[in-house]
Design a protein around this ligand. Structure first.
Ligand SMILES: Nc1ncnc2c1ncn2[C@@H]1O[C@H](COP(=O)(O)OP(=O)(O)OP(=O)(O)O)[C@@H](O)[C@H]1O
Ligand SMILES: [Mg+2]
Length: 199
């Protein structure tokens, strides 16, 4: 890394549907040759985000965890680039990503757990980091949070939505030189939809 890493854009996403929407907003601005790294712990929402990319790109779905393959290719249904979805979690060695022989130039490529492997295959990429924002605001000392408190009825009025509100913080950075002011326009799109990040 080192040079050309941007300070990043950060937004808070309250629900899984917001995470899909963030993927959709970002995916709408991507083109063949773009590579994204998704970073975040198990269950953070990486695959949920990738589903939004697939929606924006109009690819054949469903976009799910590529459990039995390292990489799954979703062809475009609208004449655009395909989406290659990689799960690098089970790569024995990050260098094995190169051995897959992915056609990066013809595709939008998204790599879960790709922060070590992707710099070995390209010199410019976007990185989306997802964290549980409840963990960020939790009191020091690692106190376990009380799920009943989180989900109490007056906290949210999506009464038919039995999904708990479990917000995530998404941070987007770019590394390397892009042929267009991508981060600035992604920042505008994300802030227009989700507002400025609470500090
Ligand atoms: N605000 C939110 N953003 C994203 N996902 C959320 C949110 N709130 C709840 N969820 C739920 O969290 C889960 C995220 O799972 P997902 O498979 O996307 O994670 P992942 O990061 O890909 O995990 P893995 O590391 O196992 O691949 C989903 O069940 C989703 O519905
Ligand atoms: Mg996943």
């Amino acid at each position: 890394m080192g040079d050309n890493v941007t300070p990043g854009i950060s937004v808070e996403l309250a629900t899984a549907e917001d995470m899909v929407r963030a993927g959709e907003l970002i995916g709408a601005q991507l083109a063949a040759g773009d590579v994204l790294v998704l970073t975040g712990p198990l269950g953070a929402g990486k695959t949920t985000f990738a589903r939004g990319l697939g929606r924006a790109l109009g690819v054949r779905g469903p976009v799910t965890s590529p459990t039995f393959v390292l990489a799954r290719t979703h062809p475009s249904l609208v004449g655009g680039p395909e989406l290659i979805h990689v799960d690098a979690y089970r790569l024995g060695d990050p260098a094995e990503l190169d051995d897959l022989g992915l056609d990066l130039a013809a595709s939008v490529t998204v790599v879960e757990w790709g922060s070590e492997a992707v710099p070995l295959i390209t010199d410019r990429w976007l990185e989306v980091t997802i964290e549980r924002s409840t963990a960020l605001s939790a009191p020091a000392g690692g106190t376990e949070r009380d799920d009943h408190d989180q989900n109490s009825d007056h906290d949210h009025d999506h009464e038919h939505d039995d999904e708990p509100v479990d917000p995530r913080r998404l941070t987007l950075t770019t590394t390397g030189v892009f042929n267009r002011p991508l981060e600035a326009s992604l920042g505008r799109a994300l802030r227009a939809e989700f507002g400025a990040s609470p500090a």
